[in-house]
Design a protein around this ligand. Structure first.
Ligand SMILES: [Zn+2]
Length: 328
């Protein structure tokens, strides 16, 4: 089943966090929602973009074992010249079947992530949507600049059809939002956070202690179906936003080359439902200490501060409809 799609007007986009908060039940149920900005929405986009010089990271996708369509992303120092890129990906079916057929070959993920880059320009009028502002509008603002300055956008580049963004989730089980700038549509598969344990058990069965969070895995939806894991699909086109719920896992592939970017943020439930403080055993991913984000101290998010934040920032009524909702 596809995740729900919400339309947003210019006014609500200016306070996107509050809009997401209003629809949090949907977000929680599906693990994600898609948001389509109306024609009246104004975005603070840079005029000159794509000036980032990039090459695809040297990661390939290999099958975990002969029988099951579960794939590992592995870094190779040497990519052999025959490493395959998917030639024609027109739909979901052709993507997974071409992957499944090429089990003995190296297949490039053909994507790159560029942290701390953005195609949104800062310091524009508040009337224009700028992704940099989201962490500051979100619950993270209670942590002051010491916390919010850690949250910067990350540009995501897909170099061609069938490029792969393996499974990840936002750091410390935060929420995140992804804006598609241009290029081929993204096919997402989203696993809500409550399915994590069972998914981990299933994956452990193929390979013990695999990490679900750091771009190590790509799982054919057949495996999810077979094991009754609840997940949702969505196809994201340029100009659309995908919002991921706290701790949701997401993987995607692209129909063609594309640019997108994402950033993390928090809603009160990140603290109130314990996502922020889940103790996670240290994974075996080879992430250098410099790139490992600090753990955010959750004791600064005291209940009375959260309540005050909700009152002053989230329960902002902008129209009659939300007034009636508030009373219900
Ligand atoms: Zn990991």
């Amino acid at each position: 089943m596809d995740i729900p799609t919400l339309k947003i007007n210019g006014k609500d986009l200016q306070n996107l966090i509050s809009f997401i908060y209003k629809h949090e039940q949907l977000l929680k149920e599906f693990g994600a929602v898609k948001i389509q900005p109306n024609i009246d929405c104004q975005l603070a986009l840079k005029k000159r973009r794509k000036n980032i010089a990039l090459c695809p990271c040297t990661e390939t996708i290999v099958r975990i074992n002969k029988n099951e369509p579960v794939y590992l992303a592995q870094k190779f120092d040497y990519i052999d010249n025959h490493a395959k890129q998917a030639s024609l990906v027109t739909d979901e079916c052709s993507f997974w079947s071409s992957l499944s057929c090429s089990s003995n070959e190296q297949r490039l993920v053909n994507t790159s992530l560029v942290p701390n880059k953005s195609f949104f320009s800062e310091k524009t009028s508040r009337l224009y949507f700028d992704i940099h502002r989201l962490p500051y509008q979100s619950l993270l603002k209670l942590g002051g600049t010491k916390v919010t300055r850690q949250f910067v956008p990350c540009v995501k580049r897909a170099f061609g059809p069938g490029a792969i963004f393996p499974m990840t989730s936002a750091r410390q089980r935060l929420f995140s939002i992804d804006y598609h700038h241009e290029g081929g549509a993204h096919h997402w598969y989203i696993v809500p956070t409550r399915e994590r344990e069972i998914l981990q058990e299933i994956i452990d069965h193929y390979k013990p202690s695999m990490c679900l969070d750091h771009g190590q895995l790509l799982i054919d939806p057949l495996i999810l179906d077979k094991n009754h894991i609840r997940y949702h699909r969505v196809i994201q086109h340029p100009g659309e936003l995908v919002v991921l719920s706290a701790g949701a896992l997401a993987q995607s592939f692209t129909e063609d080359a594309s640019w997108s970017e994402s950033i993390a943020f928090a809603l009160p439930s990140w603290i109130e439902e314990g996502h922020a403080s889940v103790s996670v055993p240290r994974c075996q991913c080879n992430i250098s200490q410099d790139f490992l984000p600090e753990i955010i101290d959750t004791s600064i998010f005291r209940p009375e501060l959260i309540q005050r934040y909700i009152t002053s920032h989230l329960n902002v009524t902008t129209d009659d409809e939300s007034l009636t909702l508030k009373g219900s």
